[in-house]
Ligand binder design. Sequence first.
Ligand SMILES: NC(=O)c1ccc[n+]([C@@H]2O[C@H](COP(=O)([O-])OP(=O)(O)OC[C@H]3O[C@@H](n4cnc5c(N)ncnc54)[C@H](OP(=O)(O)O)[C@@H]3O)[C@@H](O)[C@H]2O)c1
Length: 328
Amino acid sequence: MRYLDLGTAKKISKIGLGTWQFGSREWGYGEGYAAQEAQAIVSRALELGVTVFDTAEIYGFGRSERILGRALGEKLESVFLATKILPVLPVAPVVEQRAVASANRLGARRLDLYQVHQPNPVVRDGTIMRGMRALQRVGLVGEVGVSNYSLARWRAAEDALGSRVLSNQVRYNLVDRAAERELLPHAESAGRLVIAYSPLAQGLLSGRYQADSPPANRVRAANPLFLPENLRRAGDLIAVLREVADAHSATPAQIALAWVIRHPAVVAIPGASSVQQMEGNAAAADITLTEDQYRALEAASARFRPVTGPAAVLRLARTRFGGPSGRR
Ligand SMILES: NC(=O)c1ccc[n+]([C@@H]2O[C@H](COP(=O)([O-])OP(=O)(O)OC[C@H]3O[C@@H](n4cnc5c(N)ncnc54)[C@H](OP(=O)(O)O)[C@@H]3O)[C@@H](O)[C@H]2O)c1
C-alpha cells in the first residue's frame, strides 16, 4: 500500500474502501453480504494496509455506519475514518447532533474526516461550517471535507470554516474526468485531497458487463453508463484496459484504479462486493503505469462517447418500463 502525507493525524492510504454497499438495499447484495461478507472485507482491508474507510449517514439509513463500526472494532482508533452529513437542515446545532449520531453508530470517539455530502443549493456554507468548527474545537471531528463541490464552492467553504477543508470527494474515473479541469490542479498546488468515488465507474471498468449481460441492481439500473448501447460503446476502452492489464498480469479493474491514483493528490475509495475484489483493489496501489500506458488509457477514455442527457434518460425509462427499444 502507498500513503499520502498531508499532515493528518493518521495515514491516508492511496486506496481506501467505500462502504455505500454495506447494508444498502439499492446495491442488492443481500443480508449475507451485510452480515458476513462486509465484515470479512473490512478485516482483509485492514490486513492489507488500507486506512481510509468511507461511509455516510445516508448509506442504508445509518446501517453502513453501524456495519463498518462493528467490523473495525478496536481498529477504529487507528484508521482514517470518514463519514458524511447530508446537509438538509445545515444549521450548527443540527450539524453537531448529526455528528454525534454518526459517531455513536460507528462506535467512534472521533470522526477523522467529516464531509458535507453535497452542496446545499439554497443555504451557503457559513452555517454548516459554524457547526463543523464547534465539532473540531471539542475534538469530535479531525478534518472537515466536502463532496460534489465545485472549486469555487470548496474555496468558499474553506473561507467560511476559517481553516483547511482537507478534501473534496467527487466522481473521478476513466469515464468521468471533469475533476481534472480545476479540482486536481488545485488540490495538488494547495496541499488538499481529492477523494475519487466510483473509481471503477460502478463496475463498468471491470469489463465484466456486456450489452447482453448488464448488471442487475437498482443503482446501476439508474446509471445510463449501463445502457446496452453504452456498454457496447465502452468496448474499446475495456479492450485497452485489458491490454495494459495483461502487461502487468493484472485485471482491468486494477488498471482503472492505478490510473486514477496516479495523480499525487488523489486517493480512490472503490466499493467491493467480495473479499477477492477488495484484495485486487488494494493491490492496485502498487501498480505503476508507464507514461505510454497512461496516455493510451487517456486516449481510449477520450474516444469513449456514451449516450448521455435526455437521450439517455429516455432509453433508461424504456429499458425499465419496456417499449420499442427497451426490450432489446
Ligand atoms: N460522495 C458521493 O456522492 C458518493 C457517490 C457515490 C459513491 N460514493 C462512495 O464511493 C464508493 C465507491 O463508489 P461506487 O460504489 O459508486 O463505485 P465503484 O467503486 O466504482 O464500484 C463498486 C462496484 O464495482 C465492482 N467492483 C469493485 N471492485 C472490483 C474488482 N476488483 N473487480 C471487478 N469488479 C469490482 C463491484 O460491483 P459488482 O461486483 O456487483 O460488479 C462494486 O460494488 C462508495 O462505496 C461510496 O463510499 C460517494
